[in-house]
Every structure is written in C-alpha cells, then in structure tokens.
Design a protein around this ligand. Structure first.
Ligand SMILES: C[S@@+](CC[C@H](N)C(=O)[O-])C[C@H]1O[C@@H](n2cnc3c(N)ncnc32)[C@H](O)[C@@H]1O
Length: 231
C-alpha cells in the first residue's frame, strides 16, 4: 500500500495543502475529496455525524479514523477513545492532532471490547463486498461489550444508475450495485483501492439480522444517505 491518502493527510497537517485528493470509480468520473473536510470540527460535520456524536456512549472505537476528527471530538467530551486505521499517515496525523490512543490496525485485527464502534463517512466501505459483510459484522459483534452499539453511515447509490429519464440501468449479471472499484489520485500518483461498498439500509438490515444483530434506522440524510445503529 503506497498510502497516498495518508500522504495527503500529512501534507495538509504540515501546512503543505496545494491540492485535493481525487477519486474515480468504475461508474463515475474523477471527483475531488476536499482535504479540509477530513479535518472537520463538530460544527462542520454533516448532520448524520453530529447525531452519531450525540449517541456515543462508553468506550469508543473509531474505525477507519482518517485524520481522527470524530475520535478527537469525543475525547474532548471526556470519552475514552481508541482510533484505528490501515493508513500509517492517517494514524500519524491523528496522534499529532492529539488522539491519545491511535494505532495502525485493520478492523479484522482489532480484538479489544467497546461500547460504541464508529464507522463513519460511508463506514460500510470497509466491508468491501456484499459477500464479506457477514464476516465483518460477526467480527464487529465480537468487539461489543454487552449493550454495545455500532454507529454506521452509508448511502444508497442507486441514484448513480439513473438515466436522464429517471430510469434505472443495471447489469443484472453484475454484483450488488453498491460495490464500486475506486482509484485514488494525489499529486500525480495513483493507487487502486480494493472495492468500496455502499449499502442501502434494507440490505444492511438483512445482513445484520443474518448474524443475529438488530439494525435500526436512526436518521436519513439529505441525499440517499442514512445513519444506522446496529446492536
Ligand atoms: C473515507 S475515509 C474516512 C475517514 C474518517 N472516518 C472520516 O470520517 O473523516 C476511510 C478510512 O478507512 C480506512 N480503512 C480502510 N480499510 C480499513 C480497514 N480494513 N481497517 C481500518 N481502517 C480502514 C482508510 O485508510 C481511510 O482512512
């Protein structure tokens, strides 16, 4: 892994912000991911994230923490927070920003127990493919203390398959429509990411029930996005 994303976070943190990260998918053109957004404070968070901050309780795990914005906010509120990410650059930045417990660990390698697990900014992306969701959910379940919860946001990207007449085009032989192949570019370097999974709420709820978890729709966002609470 070349950790282009981590390099971009480090550049921004070190005052070398000259351009954004660009992402492209197998069904969409290049799109900018503004680096300042990854360093957002509470006031700058989308409403679904603000809601998840409000619902947090007990010991918190921030999975795929990026620059650590959610963990930092909760730590400031007095919560005990652990933040993990596979990107070394992301963890370096999270520590430099003040997160006391931030480690380079992939979700499937985490073993401690928590009362709240955060998967934010399309947290289901980390599951990669629909077929891997039960395995990820079972692992997340094993990390929950009794009464614990997972707070996850995602988007039903069915709108990306709409044509100008409002019809939906889909290859019926293809995999689940929320599985996208991503290419990340920054300052002339590119890195293919593994598949990143967007999930509609019903599909998430069905997967949760299949492994004995409850799934509740907490709130819908402004554009096909939603926050779910899994317990
Ligand atoms: C879209 S960013 C979200 C960052 C942060 N949660 C936020 O809202 O600003 C997704 C993050 O997940 C991390 N990631 C991807 N796969 C992961 C895995 N299996 N375990 C832990 N982190 C992972 C990436 O390195 C990246 O930093």
């Amino acid at each position: 892994m070349r950790d282009i994303f981590g390099k971009a976070l480090l550049d921004y943190y070190n005052g070398n912000y000259t351009e954004d990260v660009f992402t492209a998918t197998n069904i969409s053109d290049e799109d900018a991911l503004p680096l300042p957004f990854l360093f957002r404070n509470y006031d700058e968070m989308p409403i679904l994230e603000k809601k998840s901050m409000e619902l947090a309780k007990g010991r918190v795990l921030d999975v795929g923490c990026g620059a650590g914005s959610h963990g930092l906010y909760l730590q400031e509120q007095g919560f005990e927070v652990k933040a993990i990410d596979v990107s070394k650059g992301a963890i370096e930045v999270s520590r430099k920003r003040g997160l006391k417990n931030a480690e380079v660990i992939a979700l499937l390698d985490e073993t401690e127990k928590f009362d709240t697990i955060l998967l934010l900014m399309n947290g289901s992306g980390i599951f990669q493919e629909l077929s891997k969701v039960p395995m990820y959910l079972n692992h997340l379940k094993s990390l929950l203390n009794p009464g614990g919860q997972i707070l996850l946001d995602s988007t039903d990207i069915i709108y990306m398959y709409e044509d100008e007449d409002g019809g939906i085009w889909q290859d019926l032989n293809a995999n689940y429509y929320g599985e996208l192949d991503y290419l990340v570019s920054y300052k002339g370097e590119s890195e293919p990411l593994t598949t990143w999974l967007y999930m509609d709420f019903e599909t998430l709820a069905t997967a949760c029930h299949s492994v004995g978890l409850e799934c509740e729709l907490v709130m819908k966002g402004e554009h096909y996005d939603y926050l779910a609470r899994v317990y």
